[in-house]
Design a protein around this ligand. Structure first.
Ligand code: PLP
Length: 382
């Protein structure tokens, strides 16, 4: 019954592992990539009011114009980027849908798409569903898990149709400076490659300011499909709102697919998202809380000999197990069964990363402290 293309795709390593966690009581989960904060009250209140006022219909396929206008204003203010809300912005059902649409809109069967590893689980799966051939660009711990421009130059010789960038990164938490992005763009600009830039975690950048890829120059803007949304920075995963900014032609193509497959994003969530863009004070408070947790967890992991690069964004650490010479799945399973702490094996983000685990610090400081005590006990028995 099932199409060959779908049979080929592996189920998400995260899901597989968390099926084990389900039903186990009292587990401290450092697994899920989801804020532990409840959506700020002013955003929820807006959604409640919208419902009370009877906003229960479809919206236009592209999404509410007022939300597109707010996103356009936000990008102008924050990144000096201009997108026309009428035809250069599309509201999607999370960044997940934006990714799917972007790939389906540009990939012809057999086209190559570069995925930078370790990678968010959906990137290769969605590329394959769009009938692309995935080219993996492996990054290394010694290079801070960042793209090596020379390695990228080699890979683009295979004439890929697109590359998916993601910074701050899930699963490593690394991000790029403007200078580093310019180096990457220098390589990409020589070829006719579409840049799909997933900047879902831009609001969770701790030290330096985030540089949005299309802001590098005019040509970069013309070639980039910029993806972002409200799930992470605004703690709105369940609202399911994302957006795409790009040139008129690409937005038109993506809207065509979206109008047949999804029709539109949920209206109440769209109304709440406009309010979210005004909740920058609340976003900052959450960011500062994540930063405190990051500082704690990185210091503690390094103290335990689990080498961890200090992440500059998102809410993940990619922790090295090399000192303990143990496979990531075995480590994660033993830790779960012996100490009831859930982490994600590195292999979920690329088969080469079997000496790493991903931990999410989107959980309370108390839980993080208890997890560290349990992990220390576990390591002493290894
Ligand atoms: C890099 C990245 N992109 C996209 C998503 C999907 O986010 P959304 O909830 O907006 O669909 C995630 C969620 O974990 C992510 O980590």
């Amino acid at each position: 019954m099932i199409a060959k293309q779908i049979k080929k795709i592996q189920p998400s390593g995260i899901r597989e592992f968390f099926d084990l966690v389900l039903g186990m009581p009292e587990v401290i989960s450092l697994g899920v990539g989801e804020p532990d904060f409840i959506t700020p009250w002013r955003i929820r209140e807006k959604a409640i009011t919208a419902l009370e006022e009877g906003y229960t219909s479809y919206t236009s396929n592209q999404g509410l114009l007022v939300l597109r206008q707010d996103i356009s204003d936000h990008y102008k203010k924050k990144y000096a980027l201009t997108y026309n809300p009428k035809n250069e912005i599309l509201i999607t059902v999370g960044v997940s849908e934006g990714l799917d649409l972007a790939l389906r809109a540009v990939v012809n069967p057999g086209d190559k798409v570069i995925v930078v590893s370790p990678h968010f689980v959906a990137f290769p799966a969605l590329a394959q569903m769009a009938h692309a051939k995935v080219l993996y660009l492996l990054t290394k711990e010694e290079e801070g898990f960042k793209i090596n421009p020379k390695a990228l130059k080699e890979l683009v010789k295979q004439n890929p149709k697109a590359i998916i960038l993601n910074y701050p990164s899930n699963p490593t938490g690394i991000t790029y400076t403007k200078k580093e992005l310019k180096e990457i763009w220098k390589v990409l600009s020589k070829k006719d490659i579409v840049v799909i830039s997933d900047e879902t975690y831009d609001e969770l950048t701790y030290k330096d300011v985030h540089t949005s890829f299309p802001s590098l120059d005019k040509k970069a803007k013309a070639r980039t499909i910029l993806l972002n949304g409200f799930s992470k920075g605004y703690a709105m995963t369940g609202f399911r709102v994302g957006f795409v900014c790009g040139n008129k032609e690409i937005i038109e193509a993506m809207t065509k697919i979206h109008s047949y497959s999804m029709m539109c994003g949920p209206i109440i969530s769209q109304i709440a998202s406009s309010e979210a863009l005004r909740a920058q004070k609340e976003v900052k408070q959450m960011r500062l809380a994540y930063q405190r947790r990051r500082d704690f967890i990185v210091k503690e992991f390094n103290r335990l000999g689990l080498k961890t690069i200090k992440p500059q964004g998102a809410f993940y650490c990619f922790v090295s197990l090399k000192k303990y010479k143990i496979d990531s799945l075995e480590f994660a399973k033993k830790l779960l069964f012996q100490e009831k702490v859930a982490v994600v094996p590195g292999t979920a983000f690329g088969k080469e990363y079997s000496s790493y685990i991903r931990i999410s610090y989107a959980t309370s400081l108390d839980d993080l402290k208890n997890a560290i005590i349990a992990i220390e006990r576990f390591l002493n028995k290894l």
